[in-house]
Design a protein around this ligand. Structure first.
Ligand code: NAI
Ligand code: OAA
Length: 869
């Protein structure tokens, strides 16, 4: 033990890497308190260790969220055994409760706070992509610092340093505190430059000190090789590559870690280098380190240059110093780019809710990095951004418990589609912008209340971010209507789709978070997605706010599992299931891209009414039908949700026997078998079967985008057998008329009257099994249609494909137990699908329907096309 102790001490004293930033030997007692926020993370743990090893530190607070990979108390217990004077104390906090209410003991008395709390990058992401989620985390911690340790130096490690530092410094200014307490830690750039120079020159890194100025992203990282005597000897032709490697050091590690994080150990080392220098200054020995701070050395408000740390923190900010001609050019480039970070992001994110960054254009040649080289004028252009691409970073927590569903944090980014219309001159505007009237049903107020059509697909493998980005870009280029917005036309207030036919540019921005994994209960998935930034808002909201996107694509990390979730949400007002899955397939698989036709076939409404019969159509929109749904909801609250795999062999047997028994029926489909089964199992008075009218009504084709669907109401005699359903469809297919509840001569079952309808069981059967769910380069673990349980109105069953080659039925029942009913399912429904996902329901009350009242209030209730037209 003694030998180890002496080894450790001698290592600390002798090793040049440590001695170069070792604390001043002038003090004999430990005196400082240091806090590491995010202390249980990849950087946090080794950084806490290194700070605990500083003999001038008397106490280290290690703070992290309660669901962190390792409990902060565990990290503290572990490090508390090191043979150094420091006491290490863990603080676990609840991310839902403001940090200011939880960090008093943790921060009070702190001299130095280091913040590596937040998401790291994944391959394909820029640091800027991390802003939205990380800025909120940083803001919570910095507000607590302002309250409990306003004199401490706050070292911002969390990315993007370039924009989080200005935002936090402005926050300090607003509170009347010294913005220079907020310091961006860019020491890793210096460490990298030193190491790369040592490799090239063969000299000891301990003798090299390359200043790195500018910022901490892409071209803003500017090593000044001419100012270090050793690096100044490197020939000029080698400098650009060395410069570039230093800029790309972070990306090099992100790519090598292949989705499992960014630099942690070298950052912990660099964070300790920074922290120890700050403490050395506080202890009375002024010490220099380049850092990103509020600055006047250039015309930029925030800039990294050499800073002297003294007793109270930042003491002096040094000018850039002499530069050679290559560096002069680079400075201009770095300044231009840093200006964008300073002006567009920092200054506007200074208080209140931290705002989403404006988009930044990538600089040609800067690999995997987005330094944001746009000018304030260009910024104006992106303000009209609309639509969407979301993606995610590494999980916030990686619970090692397999019992508790792991929480996975999502970093959602938005690819904003910039409508150039606002800036185009009026002549080109009319040529390029289009406004297409939508179908009557798409204009109905009740239909407009529908949420986006959304699926969540849990996949195994690294998230194919680059693939999704490029596919989404290509899909939108081929289908610019997806970037449009809804508006009421001036003639009859019907809804139309307005978009820029010239397409749009795409930018990536962060939105927020959703916590789900493939073992999360469906009910929780439903709660997490509903209303989140991953879900497209109901049509009425999109109509009232033209900046609401009509499509969102999000990736959600699976935490410690090698999985992630892809969430694709498309407004129901512009897409039915057929359109949705066409787009989904193009997004996820290497299929040919198609331009779907968004121009609505206006004859469709009349043809559909003719096809299903006016009475059927009226029935679906009748007050008694709506009241039945609402009363069920008010009485029973949320439905119970279950899913069962379809036994394809049994289905094949039934099909064969049906054809044998009913020679007039050429075939029966799996949909017929399942609809008949569901209607019978739950003893429905009416089972409304969703029907896709493409190729059933003349002129409505495969590639027509929009809601060319309807509900065909079947009575008990109609769904008594799969063959009876097929017979009905066949007759409709040949005559163009589906009779059932209509008053046609061969109607089988009369429509229920008002009171019957009110008290009967009305079921809905819908089919989402359009194609095999797959995601290029990944294994599909589970693909699920998303329904908000609060909003499922009737007893409902959804046919879908949970994985390629499998078919399942998802059931939502109000007062029936599907686990009991499935025993009578004639072997058609097999084992339950993912029992961990489809667990017991929680009770709920249906009063939430009242949420729609304010939305409808102020809207004239418009039901188009129900009246005979
Ligand atoms: N400035 C620089 O040169 C560098 C910065 N970074 C940045 O540092 C950050 C952290 O990276 P890693 O440690 O690799 O990530 P990590 O995911 O391993 O650790 C982050 C930790 O933050 C915690 N956390 C999340 N929300 C929190 C909250 N509200 N309060 C306290 N803790 C919270 C998480 O639970 C986790 O333990 C990233 O943003 C990364 O980009 C990384 C390398 C270099
Ligand atoms: O590159 C990243 O995302 C992490 C970082 O800032 C670095 O390693 O320099």
């Amino acid at each position: 033990m003694a030998a180890l102790r002496s080894l450790s001490r001698s290592f600390q004293r002798a090793a040049p890497l440590f001695s170069r930033y070792a604390p001043a030997a002038s003090f004999s007692t430990a005196q400082f308190k240091v806090c590491i926020n995010g202390g249980a993370g990849g950087i946090g743990q080794p950084l806490t260790m290194l700070m605990a090893m500083n003999e001038s530190v008397k106490e280290v607070s290690v703070q992290d969220v309660s669901m962190a990979a390792v409990p902060p108390a565990g990290v503290a217990a572990d490090l508390g055994h090191l043979e150094f004077p420091s006491k290490v104390v863990g603080y676990a906090t609840d991310p839902k409760v403001p940090a200011t209410e939880q960090l008093e003991a943790c921060l009070t008395g702190c001299n130095l706070v280091l913040i590596p709390a937040g998401m790291p990058r994944k391959p394909g992401m820029t640091r800027d992509d991390l802003f939205n989620i990380n800025a909120d985390i940083a803001k919570g911690v910095v507000e607590a610092c302002a309250k409990f340790c306003p004199e401490a130096v706050v070292g911002i490690i969390v990315n993007p340093v370039n924009s989080i530092v200005p935002a936090m410094a402005e926050l300090y200014k607003k509170k009347g505190l010294d913005p220079l307490k907020i310091v961006g830690v860019t020491s890793l750039d210096i460490v990298r430059a030193n190491k790369f120079v040592a490799e090239i020159t063969g000299k000891s890194p301990a003798d090299i000190e390359v200043p790195v100025i500018g910022g901490h992203a892409g071209v803003t990282i500017m090593p000044v090789f001419s100012q270090d005597p050793i690096s100044a000897t490197i020939s000029a032709d080698k400098i650009p590559a060395l410069d570039k490697r230093t800029q790309d050091g972070g990306t090099e590690v992100v790519e090598a870690k292949a989705g499992k994080g960014s630099a942690t150990l070298s950052m912990a080392y660099s964070g300790a280098r920074f922290g120890n220098k700050v403490l050395k200054g506080m202890a009375g020995t002024p010490t220099d380190e380049c850092a990103y701070v509020a600055s006047t050395v250039t015309d930029l408000p925030y800039f990294s240059s050499k800073v002297t740390f003294g007793k109270t923190g930042v003491e002096k900010i040094h000018p850039v110093g002499a530069l050679n001609s290559y560096e002069e050019g680079r400075l201009k480039e770095a300044q231009r780019s840093t200006r964008a970070w300073n002006t567009s992001q920092g200054s506007e994110r200074n208080s209140g809710a931290v705002q989403r960054p404006r988009a930044a254009q990538p600089v040609a040649g800067s690999r995997g990095e987005n330094p944001g080289n746009f000018s304030p004028e260009k910024e104006e252009e992106v303000q009209s951004s609309q639509t969407v691409f979301c993606y995610c970073a590494k999980g916030i927590s990686r619970s090692s418990s397999l019992v508790i569903a792991p929480l996975a944090a999502v970093v959602l980014a938005e690819v904003s589609l910039r409508s150039e219309e606002e800036h185009a001159d009026p002549a080109t505007r009319t040529e390029r912008s289009q406004e297409l009237p939508l179908l009557d049903e798409e204009s109905n107020s009740l239909f407009l209340l529908l949420r986006g059509m959304t699926t969540v697909s849990f996949c195994e493998g690294p998230p194919p971010l680059a693939w999704l980005r490029s596919r989404l870009a290509a899909i939108i280029a081929a289908n610019p209507w997806l970037s449009g917005h809804l508006r009421r036309n001036g003639v009859n207030d019907a809804v139309s789709l307005r978009f820029d036919a010239a397409g749009a540019t795409r930018e990536v921005q962060l939105l927020g978070s959703v916590n789900i994994s493939s073992s999360t209960p469906y009910e929780v998935i439903s709660q997490q997605i509903s209303g989140s930034c991953a879900e497209v808002r109901p049509g009425l909201v999109c109509l009232q706010n033209s900046s609401e996107p009509l499509i969102r694509v999000s990736l959600c990390d699976g935490g410690f599992r090698d999985e992630f979730a892809l969430i694709v949400s498309i407004s129901h007002i512009v897409a039915d299931g057929h359109t949705y899955y066409k787009l989904f397939e193009m997004l996820t698989q290497n299929v040919e891209l198609t331009s779907l036709n968004p121009r609505r076939k206006v004859h469709f409404n009349q043809k559909r009414i003719q096809a299903v019969g006016q009475r059927q159509y009226d029935f679906i929109y009748s007050p008694q039908y709506v009241l039945n749904c609402l009363s069920g909801k008010l009485l029973y609250g949320k439905p119970r949700c279950r899913a069962y795999l379809v036994n394809s062999e049994r289905v094949a047997e039934i099909k064969a026997s049906q054809i044998k028994e009913h020679p007039d029926v050429p075939f029966v489909s799996t949909n017929d078998v399942l609809t008949s089964l569901f209607g019978r199992l739950i003893d429905a008075r009416v089972c409304s079967m969703a029907i896709n009218f493409r190729n059933r009504i003349a002129g409505i084709c495969e590639d027509d985008a929009g809601n060319y669907q309807g509900l065909l109401c079947l009575g008990p005699k109609d769904f008594a057998e799969p063959a009876s359903i097929r017979r009905l469809l066949q007759r409709g297919g040949t005559t163009g008329i589906y009779h059932e509840i209509s008053n046609g001569a061969d109607a089988v079952t009369p429509a229920p009257d008002f009171w019957q309808t009110l008290k009967s069981r009305l079921a809905v059967m819908t089919n989402w099994a359009f194609n095999q769910p797959q995601l290029e380069q990944c294994r599909m673990l589970l693909h699920l249609p998303h329904f908000d349980l609060e909003e499922v109105n009737s007893d409902m069953a959804v046919i879908f494909r949970p994985r390629a080659g499998e078919l399942a039925v998802l059931t939502f029942l109000k007062d029936l137990d599907m686990d009991e009913l499935v025993k009578e399912a004639d072997g058609i429904l097999g084992r339950p699908l993912s029992p961990e996902v489809f667990r017991e329901k929680k009770s709920g009350c249906g009063l939430h329907v009242l949420q729609w009242v304010p939305l409808l209030f102020g809207e004239r209730l418009q039901i188009y096309g129900v009246q005979h037209n």
